[in-house]
Design a protein around this ligand. Structure first.
Ligand SMILES: Cc1cc2nc3c(=O)[nH]c(=O)nc-3n(C[C@H](O)[C@H](O)[C@H](O)COP(=O)(O)O)c2cc1C
Length: 378
């Protein structure tokens, strides 16, 4: 869609009264259709929600200083990541157990991502197996997010191998979830979706995991998952081992400190995702967008730097790109789209992002992403 076609676009949008526009509207609708436990699990952060709130508020500290008179009739938002050109700078964050939002879960999300040409990062704790998700969207581009198992590293290598075989294009190791954060809403609701078996898709389909269990009843499977998912002893050596065992690019998700970014470079990591897990892990940490400039400086253009946590609309993505992100991950917004309207909901959320970003880049005087929007703190 070129900017010149926007009149058509506006007409299309005005007909779409069934679909929410803003994040807040999607969230409200999602809260009405999701089970209370599932919605509580998805919507809240850890501790007193300080970081979850800060993630969103921090975007407002940054103000755009637009440029004028730079023919923006055709905004090219394409980006190059690991040898592939994508039409837009968006990816879908890894979100586990998506059947909490909609029965089709990750299958619907994968189809939406395929339709929109956006990479979908599939979680280790997806409800469906990574193979089923790949089959649901054969022309999609999926990445696989790994929760490394330190109790059984062979299980992790097996999942990485399966992902590679199933056509996944990158491995994302999440490093901020060595154990679950202090989530009071879930404690209050007595709600643990992992314990209920929602996240078993990639485990029950894994030969290494199934072989490690004496019994294959749900209770044993869940106990096995809970044992493997905690990994407080994770170190850079594990990252190095994963790198050795795959041809795919390996990204680290959850980096907030400049020195960790430098260490990642020294271990040959292929990309960094600046993230605080949407404020669900350690409460009180720096907002993702505030950590971004330091990481970009440390990485100095050597590998792609991506960002998530708190991205709610197109203008947030524009600010992240302005501060040096190569691409931006959308998390909760797409999950709420999924909850409200399944595959179509995810597509609508993505469309809103793409369209607002395009308009915002144009009004900032940017014709393609080799040009940087100027931002300042007010
Ligand atoms: C319900 C839920 C489940 C999540 N599951 C995972 C996961 O399995 N793996 C992972 O790396 N991150 C997971 N995340 C974190 C997201 O990948 C992402 O970092 C976060 O949603 C970004 O914050 P935002 O959604 O508030 O923008 C999850 C987030 C939510 C909300």
């Amino acid at each position: 869609m070129t900017v010149a076609n926007r009149d058509i676009l506006m007409k299309d949008i005005s007909k779409e009264t069934d679909f929410p526009l803003s994040f807040e509207e999607w969230e409200q609708k999602a809260s009405e259709v999701m089970h209370a436990g599932g919605y509580g699990y998805a919507s809240t952060g850890a501790g007193r929600n300080e970081t979850a709130k800060r993630n969103e508020e921090a975007f407002s500290k940054w103000a755009i200083v637009p440029r004028m008179l730079n023919d923006v009739s055709n905004v090219d938002m394409s980006v190059n990541l690991f040898g592939r050109r994508y039409k837009t700078p968006f990816l879908l964050s890894p979100i586990g157990m998506q059947t909490l939002a909609h029965e089709e879960g990750e299958l619907a999300t994968a189809k939406a991502a395929e339709a929109m040409g956006v990479p979908f990062i599939v979680s280790t704790v997806s409800a469906y197996s990574l193979e089923e998700i790949a089959e649901a969207a054969p022309n999609g581009c999926n990445w696989f997010q790994l929760y490394f198992s330190t109790v059984n590293p062979e299980l992790s290598y097996s999942m990485v191998e399966r992902a590679e075989k199933a056509g996944y294009e990158a491995i994302v190791i999440t490093v901020d979830t060595t154990m679950a954060g202090w989530r009071e809403t879930d404690m209050r609701n007595q709600f643990s979706p992992l314990s209920l078996g929602y996240g078993k898709g990639n485990y029950v389909s894994d030969p290494v995991f199934m072989k490690s269990l004496e019994n294959h009843d749900l209770e044993s499977i869940v106990a096995g998952i809970l044992e493997n998912i905690q990994h407080p002893s994770l170190t850079w050596k594990d990252v190095a081992e994963v790198k050795k065992r795959t041809k795919l690019p390996v990204l680290i998700k959850g980096i907030l400190h400049q020195d960790d970014a430098k260490t990642a470079l020294s271990y040959g990591v292929d990309g960094i995702i600046v993230s605080n897990h949407g404020g669900r892990q350690l409460d009180g940490v720096i907002a993702s967008i505030d950590a971004l400039p330091g990481i970009v400086e440390a990485v100095d253009g050597k590998i792609p730097v991506l960002l998530d946590s708190g991205v709610r609309r197109g203008i947030d993505a524009v600010k992240a790109l302005a501060l040096g992100a190569d691409a931006v991950l959308i998390g909760r917004p797409f999950l709420y789209g999924l909850a409200v309207h399944g595959q179509q909901g995810v597509e609508k959320v993505l469309e809103r992002f793409v369209q607002e970003t395009e308009v915002s880049l144009a009004l900032s005087g940017i014709a393609d992403l080799s040009q940087r929007v100027t931002v300042t703190t007010r």
